[in-house]
Design a protein around this ligand. Structure first.
Ligand code: NAI
Length: 248
């Protein structure tokens, strides 16, 4: 199914986990993908994609929190691919701790990467998207942004902030045929969650009606739907993919 033929996607945090799965899904759908990560890991993902879909992927190394660097890497992506149709802001980090003891550094690091990083990339692609009168922006939020989570004041604030950003940009860009949506994953099996103590994993599992953790592919499926032509009349929404953990 070539639903992303002639489409160019940027996926941030594509070096592993959910971002890797999203990047691979675009390539499987016939699209081309700029795999962005702050480490060299995106290069390995791009290599794996190109092995099965020659020429479909390129890797870019940048810290999404660095506005100037994001502008430069975006200019390079436009030079390499000619256009950008889809932006997935997936790069994210945690620096957990109770609010009482949370350092300014941990607050800033999480907000700068998760929220400002998304805005940096949006600003870098929105003008060309407005000119081409089409585009898809998808921000990866979290159930923590919907319901809060003890020990994650910085992370939950960044993920809730992404929802306000999503709705505002959906309103600003709707007239230009650009949709802006969010996906809120529940507990997904990746390196980010692998480090959590067993006691927390067991407690979370008890809150998931489907009785299991999600896979990166579950999130990639939601993202590719929102990025596809099928979702052309969907904007400003949050698609929660969490096995029923949060029900609006
Ligand atoms: P991960 O830690 O496995 O991968 C994150 C990726 O983002 C890595 O490739 C890393 O290099 C990249 N990254 C981090 N900071 C960056 C920066 N400043 N600049 C560029 N790249 C950066 O995480 P995972 O689990 O794949 O999560 C992906 C997204 O999904 C994150 O935004 C996370 O908050 C969100 N999410 C994950 C959930 C889970 O259960 N795993 C649940 C809800 C949301």
């Amino acid at each position: 199914m070539n639903r992303f033929e002639n489409q160019i996607a940027i996926v941030t945090g594509a070096g592993r986990g959910i971002g890797e799965s999203i990047a691979k899904s675009f390539a499987t759908g016939g699209g081309k993908v700029a795999c962005v990560s702050r480490s060299d890991s995106a290069a390995k993902v791009a290599e794996a994609i190109n092995a099965s879909h020659p020429g479909a992927a390129r890797a870019y190394r940048v810290d999404v929190a660095d506005k100037k660097a994001v502008e430069e890497v975006s200019a390079q992506i436009f030079a390499d691919f000619g256009k950008v149709d889809i932006l997935v802001n997936n790069a994210g980090i945690t620096r957990d701790g109770l609010a009482m003891r949370m350092s300014e550094e941990d607050w800033d690091a999480v907000l700068d990467t998760n929220l400002k990083g998304a805005f940096n990339f949006i600003q870098a692609v929105m003008r060309p998207m407005i000119k081409q009168r089409s585009g898809r922006i998808i921000n990866i939020s979290s159930v923590a942004g919907l319901m809060g989570n003890a020990g994650q004041a910085n992370y939950a604030a960044s993920k809730a902030g992404l929802l306000g950003l999503t709705k505002t940009l959906a309103r600003e860009l709707a007239g230009r045929n650009i949709t802006v949506n969010a996906v809120a994953p529940g507990f997904i099996k990746t390196d980010m969650t692998d480090v959590l103590p067993e006691s927390i994993k067991t407690a979370v599992l008890g809150q998931i009606p489907m009785g299991r953790f999600g896979e990166p592919e579950d999130i990639a499926a939601a993202v590719t739907f929102l990025a596809s032509a099928d979702a052309k009349f969907v904007t400003g929404q949050t698609l929660t993919v969490d096995g029923g953990m949060v029900m609006a």
